[in-house]
Design a protein around this ligand. Structure first.
Ligand SMILES: C[S@@+](CC[C@H](N)C(=O)[O-])C[C@H]1O[C@@H](n2cnc3c(N)ncnc32)[C@H](O)[C@@H]1O
Length: 248
């Protein structure tokens, strides 16, 4: 089961309406997700071009009610509070923007401020397939950085995996966090009780401590560090979200 199947299944089986995708690229996931209110955020997303491609491919108009923000996610969360408040809560968030520890963690912490207490955040690329893909950089790897990385294949997951460890250690009391061993590791972040928004401020000391971990540290025990689950576990995640969505 892929990220798309997971997200689609949740929308199909609940009355969830709102979807935020951070990092959309060509909209391979965004345009296909079937949700009433969709918001796309990406500084490099040429959505008008892709809307036209989707229209052509599916011979039906892409939903023009969707909202597109061609900007970095930090800017979005800073400047678009009105958009977020108008949406009510976010039901499903897909975090797939800049694949650094700092950026991915900020995306999750910002999303949690607006997340439905019964909702879910899905994170891409939480389990790098090899060391080259886990290259920690400040932005997308540059040609000079790649030149010194043995085994570089073009796949880049960065150090998003550190965000999973941070979230477990900082907020494991009200969040359920795991990584599904499918694609390149689907991170799952979902509230098990009300989100403690007042506690979401970054813990700098913990952040720095986790930032020191290396790919070798991760590979000593990824199952425990990331609370890894096999791909079948996606069905359990969907069931849990659906049951929680239906509960009072
Ligand atoms: C891996 S692609 C996303 C793929 C897409 N989610 C999909 O399922 O097809 C990553 C995207 O993140 C975008 N990105 C980079 N920095 C970002 C930022 N600070 N905020 C939001 N998106 C960002 C890039 O422009 C790129 O299009």
């Amino acid at each position: 089961m892929s990220r798309l199947a997971l997200i689609q299944d949740i929308f199909k089986k609940t009355d969830f309406k709102s979807y935020l995708e951070i990092g959309c690229f060509k909209g391979k996931t965004f345009f296909v997700v079937d949700a009433e209110n969709k918001v796309a955020v990406d500084p490099g997303f040429h959505y008008k071009f892709y809307i036209n491609k989707v229209k052509w491919a599916f011979k039906k108009p892409a939903n023009l009610k969707n909202q597109y923000f061609k900007e970095e996610s930090d800017t979005f969360f800073l400047k678009r509070k009105d958009v977020l408040e108008k949406l009510g809560t976010l039901d499903v968030v897909f975090v797939d923007g800049l694949h650094t520890y700092g950026a991915s963690l900020k995306d999750v912490l910002n999303s949690l401020k607006y997340l439905n207490n019964k909702g879910i955040i899905v994170m891409h690329d939480c389990y790098p397939p090899h060391e080259a893909a886990a290259l920690p950089t400040k932005f997308f790897p540059t040609a000079e950085e790649i030149a010194n990385v043995p085994g570089w294949t073009g796949d880049w997951c960065g150090d998003v995996w550190k965000s999973i460890i941070y979230l477990q250690r900082a907020h494991g009391d009200f969040l359920d966090i795991c990584v599904i061993d499918t694609e390149t590791g689907l991170g799952i972040v979902k509230p098990k009780s009300d989100i403690k928004v007042e506690e979401l401020k970054l813990d700098e000391k913990l952040y720095a401590e986790i930032d020191k971990l290396t790919y070798q540290d991760l590979m000593k025990d990824p199952k425990t560090l990331l609370n890894m689950k096999d791909s079948e576990y996606i069905k359990t995640i969907v069931e849990e979200v659906v049951n929680r969505a239906k509960s009072n």
